[in-house]
Design a protein. Structure first.
Length: 396
C-alpha cells in the first residue's frame, strides 16, 4: 500500500494543483495512506466518506494524545509561552470535558435562530458592497465582495469597534497564514482583547465580549487564555473560511456559465450554490490533526496507537460511493446535503449557520444586482487553490 504513494506526495506541486486525483487514489487503495508533512510529521490519510465520518466520531481518535499515551508528558499550561497556551486552549485542539464546557459558553450565539436575526444587517452590508462594486468597471472579488462580509459580521458579534476592524482583519490574516508574523499577531490580539475586556467590565454592551467577561468573573468557568483562544478561533475560523467559501463560489459560478445563468434566472438557488460550493471546494481540506489513543481499525487498515490521522473532507465530499458525478460542479444535484464540509460530531463547525447565511446573501445579491459579472482573467491562469492569496479579478 505505502509503496504506491510517495510519503510526501500530498505536497508535490502537481498534486497541489489537483489534490482530488490523490484522494481518489487514497479511497481506492484499500487502507489509510502514510504521508509526511513539510514539518517532517508522519500521518495517515483517510479520504472515503464513510471512513472520514467514522474517524470524526471515533472514541479512540482525538486531539489530546498526551492524556492517553503512557509515559507521555505535557508541560503545565503556566510553563508554556503565551502563544502556546492560547493554541492549547483552542476548541479545535480540545477533547471533552474542556471542549464541552467551552463550546457550551458560546454556542447559544450561533444557533440557526440566533443567526437569523442578523439577516437584515448582513443584507444591508451586502447591498452596500454590491452598489460600490457597480460603480467600478473592474474589481477584486475578494477585497471588494468576499472579504468585507465575514470580517464585519464577526467583529459586530464579538464587539470590535468599527475603527479597530482593519487591525482585526490584519491579525486574522497573519494568524491564519502561519507566517513568522503569526505569534506576534496572537500576542497583539491578546493584548487588545485585554483592553477591550476591561472596557466591557466597566461598561457592558450587547456583544460576545461582554458575555464572556461576565463568565470570566464567575471564576471557574473561563479564564483569560480561554477567552482569547475562543475569540481568536471565531476571528480566524469565522472569517477566513467564509471568505474562502464566497470567493470560490463566485469563481465556480463564473467558470460554469450554465450554473451562473441558472442562478441569475432564479436567485433562490443561492442556498443550493452554497451547499454545492461547500461540497465541491469546501474551505477545509483536512481537519486539524487528530491522534489514535490505541490501535484503530479503520478504512480497511490498522493505524497504530498514538499516530497522527488526517481526515480529508475534500476526499469525503468527492466520494463516488455517495455523490453522483462527484467531480462535476452542479447546483441542481439532489445528494449535496450529504457533504461534510463543516465536519461532524462534537467538532461540527460552530459557525456553520452563520457562514451559510453570509454566503447565501452574497450569492443572491450578486446574481440580482451584478448579472453581467464576469472574470477579468483567463480561467486557465487562475489557480483555484490560491485565490484567497492572489485575488480574483472581475469585471462588472
Amino acid at each position: 500500500m505505502v509503496a504506491e504513494f510517495g510519503v510526501s506526495e500530498l505536497w508535490d506541486p502537481a498534486v497541489r494543483r489537483d489534490p482530488h486525483g490523490f484522494y481518489d487514489r487514497v479511497r481506492d487503495s484499500g487502507g489509510p495512506v502514510l504521508q509526511i508533512d513539510p514539518a517532517g510529521n508522519p500521518f495517515w490519510v483517510i479520504a472515503g466518506h464513510a471512513d472520514v465520518l467514522e474517524g470524526l466520531r471515533h472514541p479512540a481518535i482525538g486531539h489530546e494524545v498526551h492524556r492517553h499515551s503512557p509515559g507521555s508528558w505535557q508541560p503545565a499550561l503556566h510553563e508554556l509561552s503565551e502563544v502556546a497556551r492560547i493554541e492549547a486552549r483552542q476548541l479545535i485542539n480540545l477533547d471533552p470535558p474542556d471542549h464541552t464546557r467551552l463550546r457550551g459558553l458560546v454556542s447559544g450565539g450561533f444557533t440557526a435562530r440566533a443567526v437569523a436575526r442578523l439577516e437584515p444587517w448582513i443584507g444591508d452590508l451586502a447591498d452596500r458592497l454590491v452598489a460600490r462594486a457597480r460603480q467600478h468597471g473592474r474589481i477584486d472579488g475578494i477585497a471588494d465582495l468576499a472579504d468585507p462580509v465575514p470580517v464585519n459580521v464577526i467583529a459586530e458579534l464579538v464587539g470590535i469597534p468599527e475603527s479597530d476592524r482593519p487591525r482585526f482583519r490584519a491579525w486574522s490574516a497573519a494568524i491564519v497564514s502561519a507566517s513568522i508574523d503569526g505569534p506576534a499577531a496572537t500576542m497583539e490580539f491578546g493584548a487588545y482583547l485585554d483592553e477591550l475586556a476591561a472596557r466591557r467590565r466597566a461598561v457592558p454592551a450587547d456583544d460576545l465580549i461582554s458575555q464572556l467577561v461576565t463568565l470570566e468573573e464567575q471564576g471557574d468557568r473561563l479564564d483569560r487564555d480561554e477567552l482569547v483562544a475562543l475569540v481568536q478561533l471565531l476571528l480566524v475560523a469565522g472569517q477566513e473560511t467564509t471568505v474562502d467559501m464566497i470567493v470560490n463560489g463566485i469563481r465556480l459560478l463564473l467558470t460554469h456559465p450554465e450554473q451562473w445563468q441558472a442562478l441569475r434566472d432564479d436567485p433562490s438557488l443561492a442556498a443550493a450554490v452554497v451547499e454545492e460550493t461547500l461540497r465541491f471546494r469546501g474551505p477545509v481540506e483536512i481537519v486539524p490533526p487528530r491522534f489514535t489513543f490505541e490501535d484503530v481499525e479503520i478504512a480497511g487498515g490498522r493505524i497504530p496507537a498514538y499516530d497522527r490521522v488526517g481526515l480529508s473532507l475534500w476526499g469525503a465530499n468527492r466520494d463516488p460511493a455517495v455523490f453522483e458525478r462527484p467531480h462535476v460542479f452542479d447546483i441542481h444535484r439532489t445528494d449535496v446535503r450529504k457533504h461534510i464540509a463543516f465536519g461532524h460530531g462534537i467538532h461540527f463547525c460552530l459557525g456553520a449557520h452563520l457562514a451559510r447565511l453570509e454566503s447565501r446573501i452574497m450569492f443572491e445579491r450578486i446574481a440580482q444586482q451584478l448579472p453581467g459579472l464576469r472574470l477579468a482573467a483567463d480561467p486557465t491562469d487562475l489557480d483555484g487553490f490560491r485565490l484567497h492569496q492572489d485575488g480574483l479579478p472581475l469585471e462588472v
